[in-house]
Design a protein around this ligand. Structure first.
Ligand SMILES: [Zn+2]
Ligand SMILES: [Zn+2]
Length: 118
């Protein structure tokens, strides 16, 4: 029972800006930073112009979940593509090895024939 109450409170909890004199709710996120205080932004953060050079990287906090899912999907696709490329490289490498081996073995046989001829 107590756990249910805790969950309700968590859902209602608003995310407040971490910067000292900012008391406003987080409403935007910027996806090019790695420091959490620069990623999560309130209106005051935006007004202070910390992201003026890359406004296109600011998104509403409500779209964070979708954005994250999209990134995860892109990441999966990239890994799939890389796996396919590695598969192709392995195939090409196997062909190359076979080619080198065939060429070498042919030369050895020719060398043997040459010895018999003498
Ligand atoms: Zn702020
Ligand atoms: Zn930024």
């Amino acid at each position: 029972m107590n756990q249910n109450i805790c969950e309700c409170k968590q859902n209602d909890k608003k995310l407040i800006c971490e910067i000292d004199d900012h008391i406003e709710e987080i409403n935007m996120f910027c996806f090019i930073h790695h420091v959490i205080s620069k990623v999560l932004n309130c209106c005051k953060c935006i007004k202070e112009g910390n992201h003026n050079s890359h406004h296109q990287n600011l998104k509403p906090i409500s779209s964070l979940r979708d954005f994250n899912e999209k990134l995860n999907k892109e990441c999966d696709n990239l890994i799939d593509d890389l796996s396919k490329q590695v598969g192709l490289i392995n195939k090409q490498f196997a062909k190359l090895k076979e080619g080198i081996r065939n060429k070498f073995q042919l030369q050895s046989k020719q060398l043997l024939n040459l010895n018999y001829c003498q």
